[in-house]
Each structure stands twice: as structure tokens, then as C-alpha cells.
Design a protein around this ligand. Sequence first.
Ligand SMILES: NC(=O)c1ccc[n+]([C@@H]2O[C@H](COP(=O)([O-])OP(=O)(O)OC[C@H]3O[C@@H](n4cnc5c(N)ncnc54)[C@H](O)[C@@H]3O)[C@@H](O)[C@H]2O)c1
Ligand SMILES: [Zn+2]
Ligand SMILES: [Zn+2]
Length: 384
Amino acid sequence: MLALNYRGPYRVRVAHKQEPPIEHPHDAIVRVTRACICGSDLHLYHGLVPDTRVGTTFGHEFTGVVEEVGSAITTLKPGDHVLVPFNIFCGSCYFCQKELYSNCHNTNPCATAVGGIYGYSHTTGGYDGGQAEYVRVPMADVGPMVIPPDIDPDDAVLLTDACPTGYQAAEMGDIQQGETVVVFGAGPVGIFAAKSAWLLGAGRVIVVDHVDYRLDFVRKFAQCEVVNFRYVRDMAVHIKRMTDWVGADVCIDAVGCEAAGSAVQRLTGRFLKLQAGTATALHWAINSVRKGGKISIVGVYGPTFNAVPIGNALNKGLTLRMNQASVRRYVPRLIEHIRAGRLNPKAIITHRIPLEDASDAYHMFSSKLDECIKTVLIPPRARA
Ligand SMILES: NC(=O)c1ccc[n+]([C@@H]2O[C@H](COP(=O)([O-])OP(=O)(O)OC[C@H]3O[C@@H](n4cnc5c(N)ncnc54)[C@H](O)[C@@H]3O)[C@@H](O)[C@H]2O)c1
Ligand SMILES: [Zn+2]
Ligand SMILES: [Zn+2]
């Protein structure tokens, strides 16, 4: 089959690879129909995620048709068109019982933090991902969901990560009626966080980025105010000025470890590697939120540590919440929002690209070319 193949930082190519077999009675093999590229894939692509092995296939946001099921599978059958959440989880461990699917104890047993994730290095279990013609789906009885007939597959593929992650970001902000929410990052996750903030009762939503076309998009898509940080001297002062000098009630970090905006963070995080990437957005979030405010972090940070002003967070009495999203928890309610017309996830798709051209697609998304917001890779058979 054709599959994306990691060759080293900034180098991916599509090559032939052995089709995955059923390895366990709880597996399914899925023929991919759509696979998105996520901002998290850029951390892999840029060589920032430890133990990303040459030859692995990325891709944790995909839909596909069930081709084959293991002997223990009862909820899926060949021919079902499914959306597959990016988390691989067992559904029954201590953490899954608490609906902390992203922290499943059984699918990444060598780690004590995150559970299994498709195509996200050996630090999340070493599973191959869905930017391929076929993918092995472990624990296939609990993760995948048959796409309801009235749900567009383009909406479905966005329910595997970006949309629920943005929603969870807003939910972790514990937004009270009328509160002011600042979202750092106008990528797919930040866009959905901004939209979800309204659904959860925000009275004002402000999105910060430095890419004009993304700010233009989010302003219309999420009816929010926008700030281009290129023109801001001091982010905390700017947000305070916009909020009667109090600060935002909730700040959401939807940027993570590759943030721009601070020469010191870039020097120490990207070039000298004294910290695990740049934590500029989190820094701004902590300093821009009001005393007693809430910080929600979904932008990804990895081991081992980052330079953030934790003393300010303590002295301001902040609440910090964060996690990898537990996608499955949100899919049913997001489907209701789509049905009711309150959410239109597929509107963020800007590019549909043949899987064979994934290398160009990564370059475009990474360099923010051609007004790219969300790219869907389509394997040859799904285009027929
Ligand atoms: N927690 C989860 O479950 C989860 C799931 C998906 C993605 N993520 C993470 O969320 C983050 C965003 O993902 P995405 O797909 O939207 O990525 P993306 O790369 O498309 O978007 C990130 C945006 O942040 C902007 N940005 C850079 N520095 C900034 C700063 N200092 N302040 C404000 N904006 C800044 C960039 O210009 C870009 O538009 C990534 O770190 C990704 O790994 C987390
Ligand atoms: Zn993702
Ligand atoms: Zn589990």
C-alpha cells in the first residue's frame, strides 16, 4: 500500500509499505477515506518529538471503511464507514472509566502520562497512523464510531481531533455566562476553541495570532475579535487594556511548543534546546488572565520542561487545566451541534490533496502557504 514515510526532520515521502495485518482479536483494519494533517504533526515533521523513528507513518485524524475485523470485535463489521478518534484507548482501565481516554493505562504501557495515539512516535506507543491507504485500529470496539448517515464525512474527519480538542479547551476553561475568553492560536484547534467558547456561554471572545489570513478566517467563522501580535508590544498590557485593566477571565493556549513571538523563548527553546520548545503563548496566557482566572492548555508540550511564569500563576490564584483531548467523550454532543446547525466543522478545510502529494502538503501547512488552514489527504481509492 501507499503510506506516508518519515525520513527525518522536514522530510516525509509517500512510499510503498506492507499492508497492516490483524495482530490481535480486538483489531480492525480500516481502508482510509480521509486523513487530515494536524498542527501536532508539525511537531513530528520538525523533528521535535523524541523517538520519532524513520519509516513510521503519521496521521491521527482519519475516517475509513472497515475492511476486516478481529475475532473479538462485536460492534463493527466490514463495510462500516467510521471516524476514528486520535486516542487509542481500552475503555475499561481506571482512567478510561473516568473518561480520561487520552490517559489510557493500557495502550501506551511504557509511559506514565499520555496513552496511545496513532502515528505519533514511540513516545505514544509506536502505532502507525492513518496517512496511508490502510491502518490497523487496535481496540476497535471502543474507539471508532460509525458515521451517522446524515453526517458529512468531511465533518466526521474533523470530529477525530481538531473540533473536539477545541471544544475541550473551552470546556476546561470553565467559562461562566458572559465571561471574556482569549484564545491564543488561530489554527484549527484555536478556531474551534473560539467557536466553542460561545457555545459554552462566553460573552466576549478574542483570538490572538500573527497570520493575517487565519485571523480573517476566525473573525468570520467564530464572530470574534482578533489581535495580531506582530503589532503588540506587550501582550499582557494589551489584553488588560482591552478588558478594563482587569484581564481576561479565561485564556486558552492553542499554540503549544512551537510558538513565535519571543526571541528569548526561541533562542532557549528552538536553537539552544535548553527547554522543550517555546512556551510563549502559555507565558502570555498566564500574564493576560485576571487574578483568580482560568488557563486551559491544549497546545502540546513535551518532556522535559518549559520556562513558564508559574510564580505569577500562583500569586494570581489561577486555575490551570490541560490534557490531550479525550475525543470520544465529545463526539455525540458535537454531532448534535452539527445537526442543529450551530457548528460547521468542514468549513475550515482549505485543501484536499492526493495522499501521494503528502510531502508538498506538509510543506504548505508548515509554511502557512496558500492560505492553508486544514488539509485533507485523500488516498487513491477514495478518489475513485
Ligand atoms: N491537546 C490535544 O489533544 C491536541 C490536539 C490537537 C492539536 N493539539 C495542539 O494544539 C496546537 C494547535 O494545533 P493546530 O492544529 O491548530 O496547529 P497550527 O500549527 O495550525 O496552529 C497554531 C497557530 O498558532 C499560531 N501562533 C504561533 N505562535 C503564537 C503565539 N505566540 N500566540 C498566538 N498564536 C501563535 C500560529 O501562527 C498558528 O496559526 C498544537 O500545539 C497541536 O500540537 C493538541
Ligand atoms: Zn492532532
Ligand atoms: Zn484504558
